[in-house]
Design a protein around this ligand. Structure first.
Ligand SMILES: N[C@@H](CCC(=O)N[C@@H](CS)C(=O)NCC(=O)O)C(=O)O
Length: 290
């Protein structure tokens, strides 16, 4: 246990430069910081996002819908660079008052949809895919979708933050969140021992929501923490994660709006199906790549 002399003051004050990786964008207040309109593409669905796990959920879903033959799910995916504060523009805040990616604008209905779980549910209901009609199966899929939405912040904002991003390694929060993340992995491993997918036999929005977080984690793709968490031991989660990764729509959706990793796995903006062939960062000339 590391010693700490910190005593909280009577009233907390905002120290804008706290040294953490995200210190420059974290604020204790909401609302826009600057005026800027969002770009608008030609397709019915406009997505404003970044290829983080929460962003990947939505572009995997749209790619799955297109693969299922739903041409109405054609989409433009615009890159929002959260490290540069683009989520605080007036245009973005109009769509999502919570200033977090991903956000969807459905130009058919004029609906804005924020919160990645709400976006998945909206698209599943609009197109009639990846959420069973049968009440019992639908309920079970929604159980796992809401489980994920409540659990993943312990992985990202808790474990990932303190293990990978905090300016110093603090034993107490790393222990606390490692304990919780391993418990969550065991929850998933036990469920997937008896079921092909999270909700049962069918691939649903619960899997689409969970794979970018726990699928990437058990495949060793998150926080460089594979060995630390002993991810190889969650055999059922790994079997499920590999099966989902093999889906062509997942392979496309996971690279959209991505700005990290291999250049061939970064498609900064997606406006056309051909962009996967032509516009990944390895294909763009260095002077036009952004
Ligand atoms: N509960 C939200 C979480 C979204 C979220 O945390 N987005 C992060 C990136 S993964 C973000 O935009 N962070 C920017 C910020 O906090 O300013 C959802 O599921 O959509």
């Amino acid at each position: 246990m590391s010693a700490s002399n910190y005593q909280p003051p009577r009233v907390w004050t905002w120290d804008a430069d706290n040294g953490g990786e995200w210190a420059s964008i974290n604020r204790p207040i909401a609302g826009p910081t600057h005026e800027a309109t969002l770009p608008r593409g030609k397709h019915p669905l406009q997505i404003y996002s970044l290829g983080t796990p929460n962003g990947q959920k939505v572009t995997i879903m749209t790619e799955e819908l297109l693969a299922a033959g739903e041409s109405g799910a054609e989409y433009d995916a615009h890159l929002i660079r959260i490290g540069e504060g683009e989520q605080f523009s007036s245009g973005f805040v109009e769509l999502n008052p919570n200033s977090k990616i991903p956000v969807l604008l459905d130009t058919d209905t004029g609906s804005r949809v924020f919160e990645s779980g709400a976006i998945l549910l909206y698209l599943a209901e609009k197109f009639g895919h990846f959420l069973p009609k049968d009440t019992a199966a639908r309920t079970e899929a929604l159980n796992w979708l809401f489980w994920l939405q409540g659990s993943a912040p312990y992985l990202g904002g808790g474990f990932g933050h303190f293990y990978a991003y905090a300016p110093e390694k603090f034993e107490y929060p790393i222990n606390r969140f490692t304990m919780e993340v391993k418990r969550q992995l065991d929850v998933l491993d036990r469920q997937l021992a008896g079921h092909r997918y999270l909700g049962g036999d069918a691939y649903t929005i619960a899997d689409i929501a969970t794979w970018p977080w726990y699928g990437n984690l058990v495949l060793g793709e998150a926080y460089d923490a594979g060995e630390f968490l002993q991810v190889e031991s969650y055999k059922n989660v790994r079997r499920w994660a590999k099966e989902i990764l093999a889906r062509p729509a997942v392979q496309r959706g996971r690279i959209v709006n991505r700005t990290r990793g291999e250049l061939s796995e970064q498609l900064h903006e997606r406006h056309d199906a051909s962009d996967f062939e032509l516009k990944t960062q390895d294909k763009l000339a260095p002077e036009t790549a952004d």
